[in-house]
Design a binder for this molecule. Sequence first.
Ligand code: NAI
Length: 254
Amino acid sequence: MTTPAFCLKDNVALVTGASRGIGRGIAKALAEAGTDVAGVSRSASTETQALVEAAGRRYLGLQNDLATASVADLNALVDRTAAHFGRIDILVNNAGITCRSPALELTEEDWNTVMQVNLHAVFFLCQAAGRYFVPQGRGKVINIASLMSYQGGVHIAPYVASKHGVAGITRALATDWAPHGVNVNAIAPGYIDTDMTEALQQNPVRAPEIRLRTPAGRWGTAEEIGKLAVYLASEESAFMHGSIVPIDGGWLAR
Ligand code: NAI
């Protein structure tokens, strides 16, 4: 019998924003590759749990609002995962929010909320996981960046700033932790069919513009992001450190 490609057998992953969209796609793909999953979400993640268990793996639901989580709360998410499964190997910082507003009308509260979820939680979850990964000499951090880690977008300044920051955190921690055998990388999805982009997909002007601007001529799927996450979580990507990997139907190439 041959070993399946990118086998992650008996690894344990913590995935934020696991209840739907890209996070659910990543949790499912990791489980199918052999990983037990702890999923962080604000509400119950029943569907994700069912998908992970259907793949024959264990699921731990961790309810938490990352918009208000303290550093102690974030440490506790990582510690509870490690205590429940007896180990932690993979952290996927997927949860993210956006706020659409012309810059002149943006409030401080909206700015802070986006920064809290998209940057503060990302960095301090990395730090908490790094306390396991660095001493054990192995571990995988996968942050979810965006095309907005490269571009300016339209009326989404805090999202753009935060996703540039996610790229920065990824590069900074990769540099710090590569000597310790820990891989820190990011995925930069293009336009993906999820709840976050529902309004854009329904927009009669922007939706066709986006499809035409994308060389592949379509939106991507959460399943496609999940497959890339499995590669970045596997030993096959051992020499990748600090890469921000676009998966965008050719958007950035154009
Ligand atoms: P989504 O809105 O469908 O899902 C976001 C996930 O994050 C949900 O599970 C939600 O519960 C969780 N989340 C949001 N705020 C939270 C909070 N305060 N506490 C705990 N969990 C919270 O979004 P989607 O599209 O699945 O996005 C996932 C990631 O991918 C985000 O970081 C997003 O910025 C990024 N991304 C998405 C793209 C797209 O086209 N959909 C493109 C590029 C990046």
